[in-house]
Design a protein around this ligand. Structure first.
Ligand code: FAD
Length: 470
């Protein structure tokens, strides 16, 4: 009987434990994707990017004389039941996910399938270190990154699996929806034709980026990773987020680079472990996704009106603070933002503008093509000061001196800000092509005065912190 391989955030054929196991069984394999309530509930950019990823995966499967069967059904269980009935499948294999909604769905489905006599198997692959396998000497989970890193850094990490040579096809294929009918870009109010060229789509593109990163960039990564105007990081987060590349593939490439003596390789490995740490935290304290991780922060006087004028200025890159505005526009146009930018805009929103981190988290979730529930939540709570191992609240980034340190030649701010420039950079103009017309901005506008200056904001933030009643 056939095996259904249920794809979710693992859009690749290489190093795919569930697919490999299914192929090795010698039974026919039917790859499926179910557009259920969870994927339907994704926000604009992650949903659009998922749609692109699915289209690409379907092509890759066709090259292997296989197919991707698409079904839209809010209840994934119902979709699987129908597929099982239509194909006579005797097993469903998938790669494990870790956010609480997926965990609840998957464990329900596993139980139901088992009751029906259908084999249900989940495999690892999205993470290298299962969150429940890393514990302190007291048997607790980690709340601080460095000891977490020390615990895992020496572990054996499986070598990546290669792509199955053949994917055994069933005698007949079940029906599939047409991907276009799902209209996964419907919620993108920005011009997708502007964003599309910035997408690195699919597993072979991700692999070749990993190769060129290791050949040319990782050596200088210790410094270049902090310079938003440079091509100095791997840029693989969007592919990791959808599983177009596996963390094992990145890890082993990093280990090889370290053995070759490439200077930044160790730091790259550490960054991969930040991702693992974010998942570790989400697994053990799922409330990190929605609530202050440190409950004493519930008393902080956040401004939490998502429609407030200063929040609106922040979203549109019109705060009058160049580093902040450049980064917000990079986000809007490319669907990504450099890590230094993420830290600066998050600090500005939560400290200078005293705005609840949840508002920033939501906007990132709407805009990021590399959106990842665990890393986004950890990043925001870290920046706001409410999270585990967070930056202390009184460490307020000064967005002016950050420019002097990390954008010395101003290449980043001039790439993204058009106002006030005689010959704006072509990417700076793309922001105006991408934004919805009702935003009413023009490259000919004057560049605004700061809505809250670097020094006033710092002062306000520190005062709010001192007056807090926790
Ligand atoms: P590289 O520097 O090449 O690092 C390699 C990989 O390590 C990344 O692809 C990523 O998977 C992982 N990594 C690196 N830094 C971090 C980190 N601080 N936390 C977790 N993993 C990390 N990352 C996301 O993937 N999705 C998000 O939604 C996201 N939201 C964030 C929100 C805020 C407020 C902050 C401060 C950070 C956020 N990050 C998020 C983490 C980080 O900014 C990005 O992972 C990084 O910029 C991706 O670029 P890169 O692939 O070139 O990273």
């Amino acid at each position: 009987t056939p095996i259904l391989v249920w794809f979710r955030r693992d859009l690749r054929l290489s190093d795919h434990a569930a697919l490999t196991a299914a192929c090795e069984s010698g039974r026919p394999v039917i790859p499926v994707f179910i557009h259920d309530s969870l994927s339907q509930g994704l926000k604009a950019a992650p949903k659009w990017r998922l749609g692109l990823g699915l289209g690409h995966l379907a092509e890759t499967l066709r090259d292997k004389s296989s197919r991707l069967i698409l079904r839209r059904e809010s209840d994934a269980q119902a979709a699987l039941d129908k597929l099982i009935e239509q194909t006579g499948a005797g097993a469903v294999f998938w790669s494990r996910l870790y956010d609480p909604d997926s965990v609840a769905r998957d464990s329900r489905i596993k139980d139901t399938l088992k009751q029906k006599g259908v084999e249900a198997r989940s495999f690892g692959g999205h993470l290298m270190f299962e969150p429940w396998t890393v514990e302190t000497q007291q048997g607790d989970f980690y709340k601080v990154y460095t000891p977490f890193w020390n615990n895992v850094k020496g572990r054996d990490v499986d070598a990546p699996r290669s792509t199955p040579g053949t994917i055994p096809a069933p005698d007949s294929w079940p029906d599939s929806d047409a991907l276009e009918d799902w209209n996964m870009g419907a919620a993108m109010d920005r011009g997708t034709d502007v964003v599309r060229p910035f997408v690195r789509l699919g597993e072979s593109a991700a692999q070749s980026r990993l190769g060129s990163f290791m050949a040319h960039i990782v050596e200088g990564y210790d410094e270049s990773r902090d310079i938003p105007g440079a091509d100095g990081t791997s840029n693989l987060s969007e592919n990791l987020s959808l599983g177009e590349i596996s963390p094992y593939q990145c890890w082993h490439a990093g280990l090889r680079a370290r053995e070759e003596g490439k200077a930044g390789a160790e730091t790259f490995l550490k960054e991969l472990v930040w991702r693992e740490f974010a998942y570790h935290l989400m697994h053990h304290t799922p409330r990190i996704l929605t609530d202050n991780w440190r409950e004493d922060w519930d008393a902080f006087p956040w401004q939490d009106d998502a429609r407030a004028g200063d929040v609106w200025a922040w979203k549109r890159g019109r705060t009058g603070i160049r580093f902040v505005d450049a980064a917000m526009r990079e986000l809007y146009v490319t669907g990504r933002m450099h890590n230094r930018g993420r830290m600066i805009v998050a600090s500005y929103l939560t400290k200078h503008l005293l705005t609840h981190w949840r508002i920033g988290l939501d906007w990132f979730e709407d805009c990021l093509i590399d959106w990842d529930p665990a890393s986004n939540a950890m990043g925001w709570q870290w920046s706001a000061g409410s999270g585990p191992d967070a930056t202390p609240y009184f460490r307020v980034f000064n967005p002016e001196t950050q420019i002097d340190r990390f954008d010395k030649d101003r290449s980043y701010v001039s790439r993204w800000i058009a106002e006030g420039r005689a010959n704006p950079h072509e990417d700076a103009l793309k922001f105006f092509d991408a934004m919805p017309r009702h935003w009413g901005l023009s490259p000919d506008d004057d560049y605004p005065e700061p809505i809250v200056s670097a020094s006033d904001g710092r002062h306000r933030a520190l005062q709010a912190y001192e007056n807090r009643d926790f």
